[in-house]
Ligand binder design. Structure first.
Ligand SMILES: [Zn+2]
Length: 274
């Protein structure tokens, strides 16, 4: 399936890391910049947004032209006792054109995103007019705590910071109803559709048949929300197969909304200027 002009609004770009090499192989890919570039040419993917998880050092965040990034407060650097110092470094990232937002990992780092201690990050998001992306839903490790990654945490943050654009990564999966309720109420909350598939799926029609209940449920709540201006295509590469993912999102989003979900919304929300 070829969609003209796609932005992948949620990928990870960790070269030479055994874990990422392994999950790329399971998805039928190779965890390398060359392979990714080839795949992007093949599938008309013109740009992607990296969710940073390599700490805050500026030198750790050099990416090829076809990638932008959100500076990630991941578990290697997040420390509630050092937010002020960290905010200085985050500001240096946000001054870069290719740094298009901040990424928070509350489930992994055990904090509520509306905790006043995070205020310096939100002030920066407002100052630089760049969104705050938040990991929501299930987590990859059992040490994480789901009470912090439940989509409900976005409600209080969105109310406290009405000028901040939030992106609820993974649309809170599997708390899809809760995620849609938060989006319905709060106009400053968007969601990316990444992380809903993993590995490589050999036969998509068979997958659609086997997962019909889940897919119908997801479609039902997206129909209820009926707002395709705030949903972003994303894969969580290298977790999932690129071709599978395009087919999956094309299947759950009405065709007349493909332009918005596959391209326009990410371009606008992350200010990519494409
Ligand atoms: Zn991710």
């Amino acid at each position: 399936m070829k969609i003209p002009g796609i932005i992948d609004a949620h990928i990870h770009f960790c070269r030479e890391e055994p874990y990422f090499n392994h999950i790329a192989e399971l998805a039928g890919h190779e965890n390398s910049s060359e392979h990714l570039k080839g795949q992007y040419a093949e599938h008309n993917i013109v740009h992607a947004v990296v969710m940073g998880n390599r700490g805050l050092e500026l030198s750790q965040h050099n990416y090829p032209d076809y990638l932008s990034y959100c500076i990630g407060l991941d578990s290697t650097c997040f420390n509630t006792g050092e937010i002020v110092q960290q905010a200085d470094l985050v500001a240096k990232h946000l001054q870069r054109k290719n740094c298009v937002g901040i990424k928070l990992y509350p489930g992994y780092n055990h904090f509520y995103i509306y905790d006043p201690v995070l205020d310096p990050f939100y002030q920066l998001a407002m100052q630089y007019k760049k969104p705050v992306a938040v990991h929501t839903g299930l987590t990859a490790t059992s040490q994480a705590l789901l009470k912090y990654s439940h989509p409900m945490v976005l409600d209080e943050a969105a109310v406290r910071y009405p000028q901040v654009q939030f992106v609820m990564c993974h649309i809170g999966n599997p708390w899809l109803v809760d995620a849609v309720a938060i989006m319905d109420k709060n106009e400053n909350v968007a969601a990316d559709l990444s992380g809903l598939l993993e590995g490589r799926i050999a036969n998509m029609p068979d997958f659609f048949a086997r997962k019909r209940g889940y897919i119908d449920f997801l479609k039902l709540w997206l129909e209820y929300l009926d707002n395709y201006d705030r949903l972003l295509y994303g894969t969580d590469w290298p977790l999932a197969n690129i071709s599978n993912y395009i087919e999956f999102v094309a299947h759950i989003i009405p065709e007349e909304q493909h332009g918005k979900v596959f391209f326009d919304n990410a371009n606008r929300i992350y200010g990519l200027g494409l």
